[in-house]
Write a protein that binds this ligand. Structure first.
Ligand SMILES: Cc1cc2nc3c(=O)[nH]c(=O)nc-3n(C[C@H](O)[C@H](O)[C@H](O)COP(=O)(O)OP(=O)(O)OC[C@H]3O[C@@H](n4cnc5c(N)ncnc54)[C@H](O)[C@@H]3O)c2cc1C
Length: 397
């Protein structure tokens, strides 16, 4: 393999493959390094929900990035599918965010106060919800209706981005990065299990494993694992005509392959006590999560009592202290960019991250009309280990 590149991207999840794809399709000579397998991290386990309604997004730059991230898929999906022959199972549909009790009603209506100002959403009552889908529970009180949202298969997206990057000339190699090569205050390449590789720029897209790079750079990159599980069910009857989620009960999405995705655990308001607790990646499916997810699904869609469990997935998300991605240069260093910490939204924000980081490296600026200060690594300057636990805000997926 090449011992030099314009840009080395480390980590072949959706984020790293997006960065490699946008760089390579802009003509850069890219090497993408992955220690295990393409899509072996969080990106394989994700629901692939693309919606700006979740509580992860807040007014300002966060919402603008979410909107830009959503729009990015509209051109990207057909382009990738034609370049690679992949079918990403991409569907664009309206969505409902359901309230089954007072707490969910308050959460949804609270967020609608600012969402109404920036996007097309409306509150509909329980009867209207059941006119859209009569099989939904009689206890649903109402929902926020969004006429624009989407979902795709995140693993297929991950593979297609890698294949698309190769199509544009990127080299992909299975090598673990075990250190950085530096000269004065510049990163000049990476040390891998297969030897050293030199580059003008290195991009860290290693998801929940990114903090190791922080130790090598002497700058905090606070990313920790946040476990999440979800189920794939098969049931008798037609697919749901609309994408469904609820603040406390998660999502329920009929995929284009006919399976119903139900999830996810972790990352919600009521998980606050445990959200920042994990130190180690944990991808073991548990009986407790299975039962919890099945019960939540039956609460929303009672006919699922008779559904067949096809698959249980467990993954670990790259949690950042404020649950916003960490994007851009590292203070005090040239030649290195971070693209990590996407928490519960790395699929939704992966391609726009790829575009931004590619622009930043090749043109010297992010090239989007969004205030990137919100996402810069320098917001963690001086952060200490214990600060991570104190950093949470309320959020759910
Ligand atoms: C159950 C669940 C449901 C989810 N649902 C959604 C959803 O609906 N929508 C959404 O937007 N997001 C969702 N997410 C979150 C999303 O999956 C993540 O935010 C996203 O996958 C992060 O992508 P990534 O590329 O940063 O990390 P990863 O996919 O984890 O990739 C990182 C890669 O880096 C590699 N790596 C690490 N260290 C090294 C090294 N030293 N050298 C070489 N390679 C290295 C790893 O092997 C891995 O392949 C969900 C997550 C889970 C678990």
């Amino acid at each position: 393999m090449n011992q030099t590149a314009d840009v080395i991207v480390v980590g072949a999840g959706v984020v790293g493959c997006s960065v490699a794809y946008y760089l390579a399709s802009s003509g850069a000579n890219v090497t993408l390094l992955e220690r295990e397998a393409i899509g072996s991290g969080a990106s394989t386990h994700a629901t692939g929900s693309l919606s700006t309604l979740g509580a992860e997004f807040s007014p300002g730059a966060s919402y603008e990035l979410a909107q830009a991230g959503y729009n990015e898929f509209i051109d990207l999906v057909p382009r990738l599918e034609s370049e690679t022959g992949a079918n990403l199972l991409y569907q664009r549909r309206a969505s409902l965010r359901l309230a089954l009790d007072e707490e969910e009603t308050a959460l949804i209506k609270g967020m609608m106060e600012w969402q109404e100002r920036v996007t097309r959403v409306k509150w509909i009552d329980g009867d209207e919800v059941r006119r859209i889908e009569p099989r939904l529970s009689p206890s649903i009180r109402g929902a926020v209706y969004e006429d624009e949202s989407a979902q795709l298969d995140s693993y297929r997206l991950n593979l297609a981005l890698a294949q698309g990057a190769e199509h544009h000339g990127a080299e992909i190699a299975l090598r673990e990065v075990v250190g950085l090569l530096t000269h004065n205050n510049r990163v000049t390449g990476v040390r891998t299990t297969g030897g050293d590789i030199f580059a003008d720029a290195v991009v860290v897209a290693t998801g929940e494993w990114s903090s190791a790079f922080g130790r090598w750079l002497g700058f905090p990159i606070p990313v920790r694992p946040l476990k999440g599980e979800r189920l794939m069910l098969r049931y008798d009857g037609p697919p749901l005509p609309i994408l469904i989620s609820s603040p406390m009960r998660g999502h329920m999405i009929s995929r284009l392959d006919g399976l119903l995705s139900v999830g996810s655990t972790g990352g919600r308001d009521y998980d606050q006590a445990t959200m920042f607790a994990a130190r180690e990646s944990d991808t073991r499916p548990t009986e407790a999560a299975k039962l919890e997810l099945l019960q939540r699904a039956i609460d929303v869609f009672p006919a699922l009592e008779d559904a067949e469990l096809v698959q249980q997935l467990a993954g670990s998300r790259p949690l950042s202290p404020d649950r916003l991605p960490i994007l851009g240069p590292v203070p005090g260093w040239d030649g290195i960019m971070l693209a990590t910490g996407h928490t519960t939204k790395g699929i939704h924000l992966g391609p726009i991250t790829g575009r931004i980081i590619s622009n930043w490296i090749l043109q010297g600026q992010p090239g989007v009309d969004i205030d990137m200060n919100t996402f810069l690594p320098d917001r963690f300057s001086g952060m200490k280990q214990g600060d991570f636990e104190l950093a949470g805000q309320h959020v759910e997926e």
